[in-house]
Design a protein. Structure first.
Length: 471
């Protein structure tokens, strides 16, 4: 008899910092969670910093506070080749390559949110942009007053946000935005003849500009498998950079332009396939770094397993790891009738109903944790490579947590993986299971070499029983 399929939407984010565009205006996300999701973070609620991209997200969170510091290190240089044209009014540049002295930039972000009613929340966010900075240690344009050439633009913003859930799983939000920015330039004296105000062109102290704007956002669960988020930010009408009125158009005008973002979160429904004459869940697990982080540490991991619908033991397992310069491909077919694992590296004897790391995770949901004491162990066996390893599941206690799918009373467990984990560099894996007969995994967290991976439940359907742990 078929068991109902448990449908989960697990939102995975490798929590590592991305690099940013150098225009000083926008970043894909703020904080390590949203940076990992690129623009799709506008559709989900992960932390208080989500109010920066979409104020509607905060109504789905419990009270929290978060601080983040992001690091950006661009490589900037210019190369001069050839000879000057000799045309009247032109001048030559010294041949060769010059690198910018400033290559390290830091961007702080902090945010806090608080529920003011069951369906309302407020938040405050402070965050910085930047990276539009060059400091070439040469008088590139032969400025007699400056031994260096370059510009610097820094921006800081503060948002005060409000959100309301106006219908079930549908929310709207709005933010009042205060903007602050400063600018300086040096080494541009040779362009004085082309400026409307040569005295306000180059070599002056930092010029400061401030202004206001707003942002509105929407976030909602449209279907059981689709979540949508969208936000619009108005232009921030900033005051002029008075000390550089001869460099910018309109006497120092440098507004922050309007923008909009939209993103979706889509679940993948586990498929049932027949393998060895049995019905099995085809479960896949993928971890990808965001493209902008690939130049530092590229991750493209994929796992597949076929889990027997009735017995919750595996028939086939595949592992494909791409982490930095490390690669590994491994596959195994489990002949559970004959007790043999046929792998890409040979054939090996296995005990009856041995697990792979993914099937063990599903099987662990069938245990009764009600009367367990903290640090109690449940013993399983995990086959990987060419051996059978012990795989203990440690009970860590209970906790009530809130995820996009709601608030749940949970058991906390830790699979103690000795070999064949979900990443090249194994770390501890913590799983939150609902405190009821279903034991749905609502949150999973595991460490990797460059941070950690976190998955949260955002929706579910087709349950095999009553979800009594949800508050």
């Amino acid at each position: 008899m078929k068991k109902p399929i448990l449908v989960l939407i697990l939102l995975f984010g490798i929590l590592v910092q991305t690099s940013f565009a150098t225009d000083g205006y926008y970043r894909n996300g703020y904080g390590i969670k949203y940076s990992a999701l690129a623009g799709s973070g506008v559709a989900v609620s992960l932390s208080s910093l989500g109010a920066i991209n979409n104020p509607a997200s905060i109504v789905n969170l419990k009270n929290s506070f978060e601080i983040n510091i992001s690091f950006f290190s661009p490589m900037r240089n210019y190369t001069i080749t050839g000879n000057p044209s000799g045309y009247p009014g032109t001048f030559g540049l010294t041949p060769g390559m010059v690198e910018s002295d400033k290559t390290m930039f830091y961007f702080p972000s902090l945010g806090g949110n608080m529920k003011v009613a069951k369906n309302m929340a407020i938040a405050i966010s402070i965050y910085g942009n930047g990276g539009m900075n060059t400091d070439y240690p040469t008088a590139t344009f032969y400025d007699p007053n400056s031994p260096a050439t370059g510009v610097n633009l820094e921006q800081m913003f503060a948002n005060l946000s409000y959100a309301i859930e106006f219908a079930k799983n549908q929310s709207l939000g709005a933010s009042l935005i205060f903007g602050w920015q400063r600018f300086a330039a040096q080494g541009l004296f040779s362009f004085s003849g082309y400026s409307s105000d040569p005295a306000a062109l180059t070599g002056n102290a930092n010029s400061i500009s401030t202004g206001f704007g707003f942002k509105i956002g929407y976030q909602g669960q449209l279907t059981d498998w689709l979540r949508l988020g969208a936000a619009y930010q108005s232009k921030l009408a900033m005051s002029e950079f008075d000390r550089y009125a001869g460099l910018f158009a309109e006497q120092g005008d440098f507004d922050v332009p309007a923008s909009w973002t939209a993103g979706v979160a889509v679940m993948e429904i586990p498929r049932i396939k027949r393998i060895s004459g049995r019905e099995a869940y085809h479960v896949t697990f993928e971890v990808n770094s965001v493209p902008s982080f690939d130049m530092f540490y590229k991750v493209r991991d994929r796992y597949e397993t076929y889990i027997d619908v009735e017995g919750l033991f595996p028939w086939r397992f595949e592992q494909h790891i791409r982490e930095g310069g490390y690669t590994r491909d491994f596959s195994a077919f489990f002949d559970q009738r004959k007790g043999i694992a046929k792998t890409s590296e040979g054939e090996y004897e296995i005990p009856l109903y041995v697990n792979d790391i993914m099937s063990a995770f599903y099987y662990a949901r069938t245990f009764d944790y009600t009367n367990m004491q903290i640090n109690d162990l449940v013993h399983l066996q995990n086959f990987y490579k060419d051996k059978v390893y012990d795989l203990d599941v440690k009970y860590l206690g209970k906790e009530t947590i809130e995820v996009p799918a709601g608030k749940f009373d949970c058991f906390i467990v830790e699979p103690l993986v000795k070999e064949g984990g979900l990443f090249k560099h194994e770390g501890n894996i913590i799983v939150w299971l609902t405190d009821d007969e279903l034991k749905i995994p609502v949150k999973v967290r595991t460490k990797i070499i460059v941070g950690y991976v976190e998955a949260k439940l955002t929706s579910y359907e087709g349950l095999a029983g009553k979800l009594t742990s949800k508050r």
